[in-house]
Write a protein that binds this ligand. Structure first.
Ligand code: BLA
Length: 511
């Protein structure tokens, strides 16, 4: 049960790297790097291998391991860094049943030995030809969307999780499910958005250092370390790189509320930034072998390495589309006696140049609109506002209501807009509108009832999060991309050139 009321600030403050406890599916020993003596042990060694944690303290590994395994481990301890290493052999000498594997790393002035049972779930065996095919597909995908779809399908194929999704972060750190592979009978989450607070800052920072988290059961009772504090530093050891780290109780509650019994999350990192995560969910608890988790990390790292080229491809393609539409628009504008007619009467109109809900042309007091726009009276008011407030020839916002309270009335169609004042006639404008983001997104998840509070506590669940996200993005449209603003500038200059040419021609004819 949670004791502290959850607020978005105390979420960010929870010290998730020093929980002083582990998840109970394995056990942990921390060794002093110089003396190689055990200085901390998880309290479950008694239950798991019949040796009480207290009895292990200040002794060596020879209490658990025979000379052969000990020699192997000694060999690995020398060169250890924060990057975990798996001891190849199974440790059947630890306690007979179950068999253990050991994952070792060195961090926070300690040598860490994490013992995991060798129980496999129904995951497919590691297969090089599968991996070869999977990477081939990822390389061949040109668009980010297609690339993400391959990645979730591959991770689902090798791990057998019920649901594998890619959760991508926006500039404001909110997230969206952009691809998923799910068991047939599950309802899709594709297109769902979540607020930045669902993944607090300290967790983001940790996930940049450690590529994979694994929670085989969301209903576990944490096992404390004995003693909880490292005798040297007098605080719990830093578990940033420990696989068994006990995770935030807040997050566990969130998982239980969403009906998820086991999860695995892989970081997707782009130029030092957490770009997104591959999140895996299972309806029942499950163990995934360390080797398989390593393979998933490999996919996450490969994804991260290939991602910039896929993003570049999407950007290049959008730019080409903008250029082609611009060229058509310019042709139409020149072909008509009145350029305004050319901008809205042909198959390609001013609103087709880039992604927007509607557009308007305001010229010599005449107003023409295409697509979904505010009413003519509202557009005229907007123009009056621009004339006093817009300091640049091309002005854009993705939250007009934040700049002008009267803008709230326009939020359905024009939470965002780009306004380009014509060069030679600055009181005239081309306008592109974007609707409120929340109107373009629908909730497709389980139709559970949104509950804000249970017993005075915040109720953590994706549905609740989605409601929170909706509130945060009220009155906001999708942000304008630099390439769109640049295109608006070009259109503005081109229209002015065109008008200048027409003016010159008329003058020449008149002489
Ligand atoms: C961690 N939150 C996480 C993680 C995910 C999410 C993927 C990584 C841990 C893991 O592997 O499971 C969020 N997971 C999601 C979301 C979806 C999903 C949004 O599948 C959507 C489908 N979480 C909250 C709030 C708080 C919070 C309000 O919603 C704080 C008050 C905390 N989330 C929180 C914390 C962690 C976390 C503290 C870190 C857990 C840890 O690693 O210890």
């Amino acid at each position: 049960m949670l004791r502290v009321p959850i607020t978005l600030t105390n979420c960010d403050r929870e010290p998730i790297h020093i929980p002083g406890a582990i998840q109970p599916y394995g056990f942990l020993l921390c060794l002093d790097p110089t003396t190689r003596r055990i200085v901390q042990a998880s309290a479950n060694t008694g239950t798991l291998i019949g040796l009480a944690a207290e009895s292990l303290l200040y002794g060596g590994l020879d209490q658990l391991l025979g000379p052969e395994r000990l020699a192997e481990i000694e060999g690995l301890l020398e060169g250890l860094t924060h990057a975990p290493k798996l001891l190849g052999a199974r440790l059947d000498a630890v306690a007979g049943q179950p068999f253990y594997k050991v994952i070792l790393h060195r961090y926070d002035e300690l040598l860490w030995l994490e013992f995991e049972p060798v129980t496999e779930t129904n995951a497919a065996p590691l297969d090089l030809s599968f991996l070869n095919g999977a990477l081939g597909q990822m390389l061949a995908a040109s668009k980010v969307q297609e690339f993400c779809q391959h990645a979730v399908e591959q991770v689902r194929a090798i791990t057998g999780f019920d649901r594998v999704a890619i959760y991508r972060f926006a500039a404001d750190e909110s997230g969206e499910i952009i691809a998923e592979a799910i068991r047939e009978d599950l309802s899709p989450w594709l297109g769902l958005h979540y607020p930045a607070s669902d993944l607090p800052q300290q967790a983001r920072a940790m996930y940049l250092k450690n590529w994979l988290r694994f929670i085989p059961s969301a209903t576990y009772t944490p096992v404390p370390l004995v003693p909880v504090n490292n005798p040297v530093t007098n605080r719990p050891p830093d578990m940033t790189h420990a696989a068994l780290r006990s995770v935030s109780p807040l997050h566990l509650e969130y998982l239980r509320n969403m009906g998820s019994a086991a999860t695995m999350t892989i970081s997707l990192i782009n130029q030092g930034r957490l770009w997104g995560m591959i999140t895996c969910h299972h309806l029942t608890p499950r163990l995934v072998s360390y080797e398989l988790r390593e393979l998933c990390q490999f996919i996450g790292k490969t994804f991260s390495a290939l991602l910039p080229s896929k993003e570049q491809h999407d950007e290049d393609e959008y730019l080409l589309r903008i250029r082609a539409q611009q060229a058509r628009l310019f042709e139409h504008a020149s072909a008509h006696n009145n350029f305004v007619d050319g901008l809205h009467q042909e198959a390609t109109t001013v609103m087709d140049v880039f992604e927007c809900g509607g557009a308007a042309i305001y010229f010599d007091d005449d107003l023409v609109t295409v697509g979904a726009t505010p009413t003519p009276a509202q557009i005229r008011e907007l123009i009056a506002w621009l004339q006093t407030n817009a300091k640049t020839d091309v002005f854009c916002t993705n939250s007009y209501p934040a700049l002008n309270p009267a803008g709230v009335a326009l939020r359905a169609t024009a939470s965002g807009f780009i306004a380009a004042a014509l060069t030679d006639a600055p009181r005239n404008y081309l306008l592109w509108f974007r609707p409120e983001l929340v109107r373009t997104v629908t909730w497709a998840g389980q139709q559970e009832k949104a509950k804000v509070l249970t017993d005075g506590q915040m109720f953590l669940s994706p549905r609740q999060s989605f409601e929170a996200w909706k509130e945060l993005v009220e009155n906001t449209a999708a942000p304008w991309k630099p390439v769109e603003i640049a295109a608006a500038r070009e259109i503005r200059l081109h229209i002015s050139d065109l008008r200048f040419k027409v003016f010159n021609e008329l003058q020449a004819r008149a002489q």
